[in-house]
Ligand binder design. Structure first.
Ligand SMILES: Cc1cc2nc3c(=O)[nH]c(=O)nc-3n(C[C@H](O)[C@H](O)[C@H](O)COP(=O)(O)OP(=O)(O)OC[C@H]3O[C@@H](n4cnc5c(N)ncnc54)[C@H](O)[C@@H]3O)c2cc1C
Length: 447
């Protein structure tokens, strides 16, 4: 692909904008202990949230990460904080059979209610731990990508309001500019109970809270093997061995050969983001007048927002499903952004980056126990609230001796139905192109 240098600001950096304020690092890292009660693999939101809950519950906890703390998705995200609406098939399709025998409707209702609890939990955590992370509850606008998608959103709004009192409202095409300075969508839906935060400042706040609570934190400590069973695990790491009573896997889109059974159930997908240079105040205000986060209805979707200070745009999406150089995805994302906002044609990019999210075939995140090892994985691209919440739920499962009130506990966790799939998604470029083709057809068919 030909890269147009004019798109990039002279200060362009191929790394996350968020890292200007809080960069993943090794602060609070110590030596690996020889023994711990609970051993957690992964220092993203889910691992740290689990650790914090367990430490507050009086347990000795160790969290390790193969790289810097927060070196996975948690310092790279778009920072959208939402509930329910992102539970994909969990809303309209059929989530896996619940081990505790709930009927489908009851199960869907409780999964959705818990996703709302996950959203509320972020607010509680930010307040309780005094985390400075620009958490703003200004809602979300979901744009209808084609004319036919608008009536689907009408149904979804009614469903969300009935079940969750979510305060969803429809925005017809003629009123759309009150929410977004664009004619790209065919109207949309607003949800007031949604927000945004600064992902790496939130992560740093969680890490600091874990440190204060007495969690042992070990960076650059890759786990290579786990042997034994509940009560006495031997964890083999690049920095030595550690025995533990319980182990939690919190590796999400970075789940690898350490846990092959879990890896087979996840499809890691690349998600990419660009950030623009500062815009004139009136232009930024015209783009998103109410400061909401923006998402949309196609299969291959984009998510975008203004950054703290309301002068720069962050635009994220699936320019490619697999990892490509940041400069390549930046050009594609800039094109997608200017499809929606032609007025940004000459605006330059200051940052671009990508990270991995973990998709599941039922579009639900999962927590549970496999071979005596606890896990919470499968964010489906939307884990700021859910993975933080599920980390806490896994911790409660341990603190309550295997009892859990969460509907996510005991959900069947389907494997990816691709023969011989071991965790390397060779099929993604084909699936990605097919989805893009279907999206184009949708948009053309109904106008
Ligand atoms: C570009 C992008 C945009 C996103 N935007 C949003 C958004 O707007 N809203 C939203 O809700 N969600 C978003 N997400 C998703 C969100 O970031 C994730 O769901 C969340 O951060 C997952 O947290 P986690 O702790 O489960 O996993 P991660 O943060 O990925 O942490 C997993 C960690 O496990 C470590 N690890 C793996 N294997 C080992 C091993 N063997 N030994 C030691 N450590 C290991 C990794 O190094 C990694 O640090 C986005 C993600 C990306 C990549």
């Amino acid at each position: 692909m030909k890269i147009d240098d004019g798109l990039f600001h002279p200060d362009y950096k191929p790394e996350a904008f968020w890292w200007e304020a809080a960069r993943p690092g090794t602060e609070h890292s110590t030596d690996l202990p020889a023994a711990t009660e609970i051993f957690i693999v992964g220092s993203g939101y889910s691992g740290l949230s689990a650790a914090l809950e367990l430490a507050r519950g009086g347990r000795a906890v160790t969290v390790v990460d193969a790289v810097n703390f927060g070196g996975g998705a948690s310092t790279l995200s778009g920072g959208g904080v939402s509930a329910g609406i992102n539970l994909g098939k969990g809303i309209s399709g059929s989530p896996g059979q619940n081990a505790r025998g709930k009927d489908h409707k009851t199960l869907v209702a409780s999964l959705l209610r818990e996703s709302m609890a996950a959203y509320e939990f972020i607010g509680e955590l930010v307040e309780r731990e005094n985390i400075d992370c620009h958490f703003e509850q200004r809602g979300r606008f979901v744009g209808a990508f084609s004319k036919a998608h608008y009536p689907n959103l009408v149904k979804k709004a009614a469903f969300l309001n009935e079940l969750l009192q979510m305060d969803a409202a429809m925005v017809p095409p003629e009123a759309q500019r009150s929410e977004i300075g664009s004619d790209f969508y065919h109207g949309g839906m607003t949800i007031n109970r949604a927000g945004k935060l600064h992902p790496s400042m939130f992560h740093k706040g969680l890490l600091d809270a874990c440190h204060r609570a007495g969690v042992t934190l070990c960076a650059h400590t890759k786990v290579n093997g786990i042997e034994g069973a509940k009560g006495r695990f031997a964890v083999k790491t690049a920095k030595g061995d550690c025995t533990a009573e319980q182990v939690i896997i919190a590796t999400n889109g970075h789940t690898g050969g350490l846990t092959p059974k879990l890896r087979k159930r996840l499809v890691p997908i690349s998600s990419q983001i660009i950030v623009t240079e500062e815009l004139p105040e009136d232009l930024a205000l015209e783009l998103i007048p109410n400061g909401r986060t923006i998402s949309e209805t196609p299969r291959v979707t984009s998510y975008y927002r203004l950054l703290p200070g309301d002068r720069r745009v962050m635009y994220g999406g699936r320019a490619r499903f697999q990892d490509v150089p940041a400069e390549v995805s930046a050009v594609l994302l800039h094109r997608m952004m200017t499809d929606r906002w032609p007025q940004l044609k000459d605006v330059r990019i200051t940052h671009s980056w990508s990270g991995f999210v973990a998709m599941t075939t039922d579009a639900l995140p999962h927590m549970g126990v496999e071979d005596g090892i606890h896990y919470c994985i499968g964010c489906n691209g939307s884990g700021v609230a859910m993975m933080t919440y599920l980390g806490k739920q896994v911790a409660l499962l341990i603190l309550q001796d295997g009892q859990s009130d969460s509907s996510y506990h005991g959900l069947a966790f389907p494997s990816v139905p691709v023969p011989f799939y071991q965790g390397k998604p060779w099929f993604l470029p084909i699936v990605g192109e097919y989805y893009r083709y279907l999206d184009r057809m949708d948009r053309r068919a109904a106008g």
